[in-house]
Write a protein that binds this ligand. Structure first.
Ligand code: ZN
Length: 229
């Protein structure tokens, strides 16, 4: 059963087992950031906390972020995510968003930052006035999936470096997995970890994951599942 937790007067997180999604309310409308893993009723869950017209944005199209998409006519999503969404999703049509776009919920502007790597169309969302960054799967203390189609660890590093340039605009990060919330300093640590992996300096362990052999790299701050070379 998904658990709804109020973060502040106009922001909620919904803990859906291994993943979380969010409901944000502005003066005019509300936005869900992702729609969960086991919650085709994600829209109904959101409507228990807000009466404002509700829209949906997906940080990316992995299965654990789109289970409730079918209830929506459209979802804000990066068009670079089309291939991934086509393979994993159904329901809501993509309404494209890109770097620099601002969705305003009414006195609550949300700025889109493209952060390809975990998936080609992964985005982070800057809740400008609240100084919060919603990071999807790309910045988190759990294990970041970097194996299989659509993943690219080399792209991930410049995306994280870009987030560092926004560093003076947020104080805290709300990730989709792992500990909640996390410190902005985690971004630099993840860059370091990704570099060590790419440079062949990190020590990994072969593991079985959903029938795939992957390499698991565990750092003190987070882990990565990577392609077995
Ligand atoms: Zn995820």
């Amino acid at each position: 059963m998904a658990e709804v937790i109020r973060i502040n007067e106009n922001t909620w997180r919904v803990e859906d087992g291994m993943v979380r999604f969010f409901v944000l309310e502005g003066m005019e409308k509300a936005l869900m950031i992702d729609s969960g893993m086991t919650t085709p009723n994600a829209m109904d869950i959101a409507k228990t906390v807000t009466k404002k017209p509700l829209e949906l944005l997906n940080t990316h199209a992995d299965r654990d972020h789109i289970s409730g998409n079918g209830a929506f006519e459209f979802c804000y999503m990066s068009p670079a995510e089309e291939g991934n969404y086509g393979m994993k999703g159904s329901g809501a049509a993509i309404r494209p968003i890109k770097e620099g776009d601002v969705l305003d919920l009414g006195d609550r502007p949300l700025e889109i930052i493209d952060i390809p790597g975990h998936t080609p169309g992964s985005v982070a969302i800057l809740d400008v006035n609240a100084r919060v960054l919603f990071s999807g799967d790309s910045v988190q203390s759990g294990t970041i999936y970097m194996f299989g189609p659509f993943r690219n660890l080399a792209d991930y590093i410049p995306s994280m470096q870009k987030l560092c340039t926004y560093r003076n605009r947020f104080d805290v990060i709300y990730p989709s997995h792992g500990a909640f919330p996390v410190e902005p300093a985690l971004i630099e640590k993840l860059i370091g970890g990704a570099r060590e992996i790419l440079d062949g300096k990190a020590q990994g362990e072969v593991k079985e994951l959903f029938g795939n052999q992957v390499i698991h790299y565990q750092f003190p701050y987070a882990g990565f599942f990577c392609e077995l070379k």
